[in-house]
Write a protein that binds this ligand. Structure first.
Ligand code: G1P
Length: 347
């Protein structure tokens, strides 16, 4: 584990001609005869830099959404899939993460932790969970993803199909900022990470289920143009090797919590556009739509809407607060809009 899972300088074995360019035989699926345990791996090592300065102080996976840590939603979705053992891949946030989630017993799962030494992409992060997963299948879940619907049907589909890998995909208007999947029926035949000219509208939607076949491709993976070990490239290699790779088309809502806009969208969705003010918060303000004010927070302003005030924050603003995430001691003689703010700092 200390040395990391991938060997960046090794050449890729075999050719990597894209599936669409060559004939290949798809390996026969092996339906599972019994319902073997599936494990969960949550990737939560990122620094959350797009939510600075708040994520300098609170690990992104622990930021409260509707007053619950973001990662609790991931654990709920994994539990619905019948998963009871979860490995959280952490980074510099390890101490905070361990303290907050502990051994998972309070959440009804067994949590263990591995540390990704340096951030080199999703496929790199997954490698650290190899010992935890062993020979089992596992659900890989991006820690900042929030889904409105249960993912349990996809776990069932993975098990009954006997495929090597199932990936959640979602039809989106502009897929160019995602991994993009070309489908033939249920099969994924080609994957491209953030293509300039997408060939399909199916975006890779942040949840992947793998059998053990993934472990044989990871060591031969090369970094992408953006210098990361891409999970999409690892999956493409499995396709090239003739493994059964299928799509699980997800029709519910899918949010990621990585930016001010997406964090507030997610929060607003979870509270259905209403507002939640913790019982022990002190609020002197007209509270409008989509507001969450956390435990022990003090808020004084003319009005507040579409915002999240973290637990324990002291907010004193002359004017209104709109579309912002506030934490620490925030004092302002003018209105606050579109800010992520910790004390006086916005970066
Ligand atoms: C990652 C994956 C991408 C996927 C996306 C989903 O992108 O590389 O294939 O569509 O997550 O959120 P990243 O967020 O690392 O840019």
């Amino acid at each position: 584990l200390e040395e990391g899972p991938s060997r960046p300088n090794e050449p890729i074995s075999g050719d990597r001609i894209r599936a669409s360019q060559r004939q290949f035989t798809v390996k026969k699926p092996i339906p599972m005869l019994c319902f073997a345990a599936m494990k969960g791996v949550i990737l939560a090592a990122g620094k959350g830099s797009r939510l600075y300065p708040i994520t300098h102080h609170i690990a992104k996976p622990l930021l409260p959404l509707a007053n619950r840590p973001t990662l609790h939603y991931a654990i709920d979705r994994l539990k619905e899939m019948g998963i009871s053992e979860v490995c959280v891949v952490v980074g510099e946030n390890e101490p905070q993460m361990r303290e907050a989630l502990n051994d998972g017993s309070a959440l009804g799962v067994a949590i263990s932790y591995v540390r990704q030494t340096d951030p080199h992409g999703l496929a790199h992060a997954v490698g650290f969970a190899k010992d935890f997963v062993g020979e089992d299948s596992f659900c890989l879940y991006l820690g900042d993803a929030i889904y409105s619907e249960s993912l349990a049907p996809f776990a069932e589909k993975f098990k009954s199909s006997g495929c090597a890998n199932l990936n959640l995909v979602k039809w989106v208007e502009d897929p160019s900022r995602f991994g993009v999947a070309n489908l033939e029926g249920e099969r994924i035949v080609k994957l491209v990470e953030k293509p300039k000219e997408p060939e399909s509208n199916y975006a890779m939607a942040g949840m992947y289920i793998f059998g053990p076949q993934i472990w044989s491709v990871l060591p031969t993976l090369q970094p992408s143009a953006r210098g990361e070990y891409e999970i999409t490239d690892a999956i493409q290699m499995m396709i090239d090797q003739g493994e059964q790779v299928v799509a699980g088309v997800y029709k519910g809502e899918w949010f990621d919590t990585g930016t001010l806009n997406s964090f507030l969208d997610t929060s607003g969705h979870l509270i259905d556009g209403k507002s939640i003010v913790a019982d022990n918060a002190h609020v002197t303000a007209a509270v409008g739509h989509s507001v969450v004010i956390g435990d022990g927070a003090h808020v004084s302003c003319d009005s507040i809407e579409d915002s999240v005030v973290l637990p324990g924050a002291h907010v004193s603003v002359r004017g209104h607060v709109r579309h912002s995430i506030l934490a620490g001691r925030v004092e302002s003689s003018e209105s606050i809009e579109d800010q992520i703010r910790w004390n006086d700092s916005t970066q």
